[in-house]
Design a protein around this ligand. Structure first.
Ligand code: A1D88
Length: 657
């Protein structure tokens, strides 16, 4: 039925020749429809035609042919008498719109479908001004209409199925991607989600003293084309504030930060006035804002993503739309690199719920109370990529190798040292488990990056000192270090995929050395790094050899000779880790890094790694063997006997002065 309805639409009348109206008219004409624009003002119609002509010159080979399909009129009879579809785009005023719809209804034939491009008003109320509410539908275009792909198709309370479906197919026929909104809710889909994201960004500046450029840098970091302040300036602070107020007026639980109101009152609308959150060369002249990339890790994007996901969860729980419509809207409508709900599954629903709880507590805003459907996902362990199910299903595999847990989340292997009560100290089973897990990741072509992390409050406190103490002879020690530890070290070094250490907590001794062996590393700012092997009468075999590739002599010697703890920030400046970031972001930044490495060819990566390993071998292989030999002897020495006992008895060795 809708197909024939759609086919029967040949003539389209657009009401209002302003910014949206002329864009809508041009779009229909470019797709071959006969278009009439009606406005009460001849001058507006003239300007509309000029603007369309100017735009067509940039977009088509033959602007005249398209222009020939557009007529203008001020006569209602002429405009509506033969229209198959009317699209209204007059200013956002309910009385005006109802008046216009009453007039259209009087003049248009019974078959005519009536659409409104309102962004803030209820479709149902507009439709109530007609005798055909079942034939009224929302078609909310984005500005500039001729360039933006997305259109929201909104069902009013009375909209008939065939009209809703026809609106969908007509949207496709004019080259747009329709997003179906099944309920006539304030803000529809895109504004509702955008506003949650934007308003929290402004609150962060207003109430938390955050810097707007840092927030924009963090949001660009996760792949969005612009940060929230750039977007607000670009699309108009007045427009966003108006949309927020209208949602608030219609009963949506939503706060508008004072800072946004102040900008609006001062008429600092953004690019169009030359001043908004940023300053522009001239009113109306866009220039891309300089955003300091180096601050990109200093703000957690989850603070903005979580409120948006909460809004999406509310929509899903209330049958307003579907997951795919939400994700399509964000990807196609506003150029997100992935859909919002896909992103939610990457972050982990549990972590977004935690973020919402934190925002709720800090702001006191009830809209941040997590939607019950999110809590239900958490209760069901449907956390997203890390459990294989969240909003969507994901490729997921789990295996245990002794005390090491292996998970494949989509294209990344997450390997977890899992002896939290021993701070993941590396005993024989950990070394063997790590080797087996790495081999599994290496042999799986689907795995493109490998992450190494620790369970609990430490990354890894080094070799298991109790186990070292239990080695009773040089032969035992040789077997442990040369047949267990050594081969695992070589497995780490020869791993053909990027290995990224995710450090949260202590990385001591062998733990710190594992970080040195990884290709990339991210640490929480409360992590610590140390090579304290000397304190137990041993020595750091990897730190002293392969560690040289990351650290200079003074650094290695200070770490090895003193065993002192270094902070994550120091580790970052020394080159032990790439980034020291807030603990809430370690997992995210590691995942982003893993994702970024997939931009490089898998074979290129293994060649790069092979070259590096070969170079290290030429320089250091014999010295690593030498270091291991000395380590074996050290662990069997009288000094080690005292040092190992001292640690296990929680006291200092007697040589300490
Ligand atoms: C070739 C050799 C290479 C090596 O790697 S040798 C080992 C080098 N590593 C170290 O020397 C670090 C040893 N650990 C520590 O110094 C401390 O831990 C930390 C600073 C990392 C953390 O201190 P805190 O937060 O106070 O925790 P806690 O109470 O010391 O540790 C919790 C439990 O974990 C055990 N544990 C910690 N590290 C090791 C280890 N490396 N080997 C065996 N057990 C370890 C502890 O004893 C304790 O146990 P309980 O709860 O029974 O008292």
């Amino acid at each position: 039925m809708s197909a024939s309805l759609t086919e029967s639409v040949e003539t389209v009348t657009v009401v209002g020749g302003g910014t949206m109206g002329h864009g809508i008219a041009q779009t229909f004409a470019m797709s071959g429809y006969d278009v009439t624009i009606i406005d009460i003002d001849e001058d507006v119609l003239q300007t509309a035609l000029e603007k369309i002509e100017g735009s067509l010159e940039k977009l088509t080979e033959d602007p005249d042919a398209v222009l020939a399909q557009i007529e203008t009129t001020t006569s209602e009879e002429e405009a509506y008498g033969d229209a198959d579809l009317v699209v209204e785009a007059v200013p956002e005023n309910i009385d005006l719109k109802q008046d216009v719809f009453g007039t259209i209804d009087n003049h248009a034939p019974e078959r005519t479908i009536l659409a409104t491009n309102t962004s803030t008003l209820p479709i149902t109320e507009i439709a109530s001004a007609t005798d055909r509410p079942s034939k009224v539908v929302g078609l909310h275009f984005s500005n500039p209409v001729q360039l933006m792909d997305i259109v929201e198709v909104i069902r009013g309370k009375e909209t008939a199925n065939d009209i809703f479906e026809a609106a969908e197919t007509i949207s496709e026929a004019i080259g747009k991607t329709p997003v179906l909104v099944e309920k006539d809710i304030p803000g529809f889909l895109i504004n509702r989600i955008n506003l949650r994201f934007w308003l929290e960004a402004v609150r962060q500046v207003d109430q938390e003293g955050r810097d707007r450029k840092t927030i924009d840098a963090a949001i660009r970091r996760i792949g969005l084309p612009m940060g929230p302040f750039e977007v607000l300036d670009f699309s108009g602070i007045d427009v966003a504030t108006m949309a927020a107020h209208s949602m608030q007026d219609r009963g949506v639980d939503l706060h508008i930060p004072d800072l946004l109101e102040k900008k609006e009152e001062a008429e600092n609308y953004g690019m169009k006035t030359g001043e908004g959150f940023y300053t522009y060369p001239e009113p109306g002249e866009y220039s891309r804002v300089e955003i300091p990339q180096e601050r990109r890790n200093d703000f957690d994007p989850k603070h903005l993503v979580a409120p948006a996901v909460n809004e999406a969860a509310w929509m899903l729980a209330n049958d307003v739309t579907t997951k795919s419509e939400i994700d399509k809207a964000m990807q196609i409508g506003i150029n997100w690199p992935r859909g919002l709900l896909e992103m939610a599954d990457e972050y982990g629903i549990d972590r977004l719920v935690e973020t919402l709880e934190e925002l709720h507590a800090r702001s006191g805003w009830d809209e941040y109370e997590p939607n019950p459907s999110l809590r239900e996902l958490v209760a069901n362990e449907e956390l997203g990529q890390k459990t294989g199910t969240g909003f969507y299903e994901w490729e997921y595999e789990q295996a245990e190798f002794e005390t090491v847990r292996y998970e494949r989340r989509e294209y990344a292997a997450w390997i977890t040292l899992n002896r939290p009560d021993r701070l993941n100290a590396l005993d024989k089973s950990s070394w063997n488990g790590l080797k087996a897990a790495l081999e599994k990741a290496a042999n799986d072509d689907e795995v493109r990056a490998t992450v190494l992390q620790g369970a609990g409050r430490a990354f890894c406190a080094g070799d298991d000192i109790a186990e070292i103490q239990s080695l009773e002879s040089t032969e035992d020690a040789r077997e442990m270090f040369e047949e267990v530890l050594g081969p695992t070290v070589q497995t780490v070094r020869n791993h053909p995929k990027p290995i990224i250490a995710a450090v949260e907590g202590a990385a001591n001794g062998g733990g710190c050395e594992l970080v040195l062996l990884c290709d990339l590393a991210v640490a929480s700012t409360n992590s610590s790094f140390a090579l304290p092997e000397g304190q137990i009468g041993a020595l750091p075999p990897i730190g002293l050899t392969y560690g040289r590739m990351s650290l200079g002599k003074k650094e290695i010697m200070e770490m090895s000779l003193t065993g002192d703890q270094f902070t994550a920030t120091e580790a970052e400046s020394m080159g032990i880790v790439n980034y020291a970031v807030d603990e809430t972001q370690v997992e995210d930044i590691v995942r982003e890094l893993a994702h970024s490495t997939t931009a490089s060819g898998p074979k290129s990566i293994s060649e790069m790694k092979d070259l590096w390993t070969g170079m290290e071998d030429d320089l250091l292989e014999t010295w690593f063997d030498e270091a291991m030999d000395r380590l074996v002897k050290r662990t069997q020495s009288e000094e080690a006997e005292k040092g190992l006992a001292a640690f296990l008895e929680k006291r200092e060795a007697d040589w300490k002065r």
